[in-house]
Design a protein around this ligand. Structure first.
Ligand code: 1CP
Length: 345
């Protein structure tokens, strides 16, 4: 598939091959900072949008058509796997995700279904519609949440600042945490292989909240499962991008799971991280998303500063260190993408 895309910059960079300029996409590019997103969102609930392939495709295509990015990302959410396993999920305006039935006891864990891939068929359907719309122009990135990050939502029942209940479970009932993590990991393997079979060109595994963990806990409760998942993917020519906030600390451990790309937050010097990794692992990142609130002159300077630092490095995908915030001006995002696309090594 990758050979036939009109623009395969992102895939080439993911394979650590030379590119004329860094490819660009942005986490949360298909989202709330676009008025066109709200025009759709005002008509449907978030889960309706995810579960209706035509609508998921419309939203996926917004940043492709309006921003001209080098990679599309499936419009969905990391929590759909947990919903398929039995989580009573809702997204409330201004509150974020909620599980009405948090998973906190052995009985709760036993109720989680692993035989649930049929309930995610709408994602495979969406991928097929999106690929028709993309018409071999740019790659489509599929994704899933990593088990630790999913565990945190299942246990807390919502977003959390300190992950207190989750950490209490890791400390007091590690066997229970492991049983939940293993179930999530098994569903995630099946789910990502379904996305690959449906036609995605790359995969990103989001372990957004792994930064909450200590070094030892990261190995035991996060890395172990991410490595398991990556080892079981039908990768063929599909690069795997591993993301966690905390990658500036955990990158050498993440590399042991053998992803093709590690996505780096903005705390680290990207070149230092790259040079410490095995040569065949590319990096993605790592502009502080808050830069996109600044004046255009500053946006340009900070992007070019990063590019100067990464000059001569094969295996670099430009992205933010984390997702675009909903109130970042659209014009600034568009401008940042223009700066990247005009650049040549
Ligand atoms: O554009 C894209 O990136 C594609 C779609 C996408 C992705 C990749 C969405 C749409 N969500 C995600 C992943 C996701 N969801 C992550 C991992 C990425 C990250 O770290 O940011 C996480 C942690 C979630 C959980 C989630 N879903 C939150 C965060 C809450 C918290 O704990 O801070 C929220 C607010 C959602 C809802 C959601 N997902 C996506 C959108 C556009 C929205 C907003 C829905 C709305 O319009 O109300």
């Amino acid at each position: 598939m990758k050979d036939t895309l009109q623009n395969d910059l992102l895939l080439r960079a993911a394979w650590s091959q030379q590119t004329e300029r860094p490819p660009v996409w942005m986490m949360r590019q298909a989202g709330r900072f676009m008025k066109e997103y709200w025009e759709i969102k005002n008509k449907y609930s978030f889960l309706e949008m995810c579960k209706t392939p035509e609508i998921a495709a419309d939203v996926t295509m917004l940043p492709v058509d309006l921003l001209g990015i080098d990679g599309a990302i499936l419009f969905s959410d990391i929590l759909v796997t947990a919903e398929a396993m039995g989580g009573d999920l809702s997204f409330e305006q201004g509150v974020g995700p909620r599980f009405a039935n948090p998973v906190r006891t052995v009985a709760d864990m036993e109720r989680l279904s692993v035989d649930c891939i049929d309930r995610l068929q709408y994602v495979a359907d969406a991928i097929k519609v999106i690929q028709q719309r993309l018409d071999k122009s740019i790659p489509l990135i599929g994704f899933a949440g990593a088990p630790f990050t999913i565990l945190s939502y299942l246990v807390e029942g919502a977003s959390s600042k300190d992950f207190k209940r989750t950490k209490l479970m890791l400390n007091n009932e590690p066997e229970l945490a492991h049983a939940i993590l293993q179930k999530v990991a098994d569903v995630t393997v099946e789910y990502l292989n379904m996305q690959i079979a449906a036609g995605v060109n790359a995969i990103q595994l989001f372990d957004s909240w792994a930064l909450a963990l200590s070094w030892n806990d990261y190995h035991e409760f996060s890395h172990h499962y991410n490595k398991y998942i990556i080892s079981k993917l039908n990768r063929q020519d599909i690069p795997v991008i591993s993301f966690c906030k905390g990658s500036s600390v955990f990158a050498p451990v993440m590399a042991e799971a053998k992803p093709d790309v590690i996505s780096v937050d903005w705390n680290a010097d990207l070149l230092n991280i790259k040079q410490a990794l095995p040569a065949n692992i590319a990096v993605q990142g790592n502009l502080d998303p808050f830069v996109l609130y600044a004046d255009k002159k500053v946006i340009r300077e900070k992007i070019l500063q990063l590019f100067e630092r990464m000059r001569g490095v094969d295996g670099f995908i430009f992205n933010l260190g984390h997702g675009i915030m909903p109130d970042i001006p659209f014009d600034n995002v568009k401008y940042a993408i223009e700066v990247v696309k005009e650049f040549r090594y």
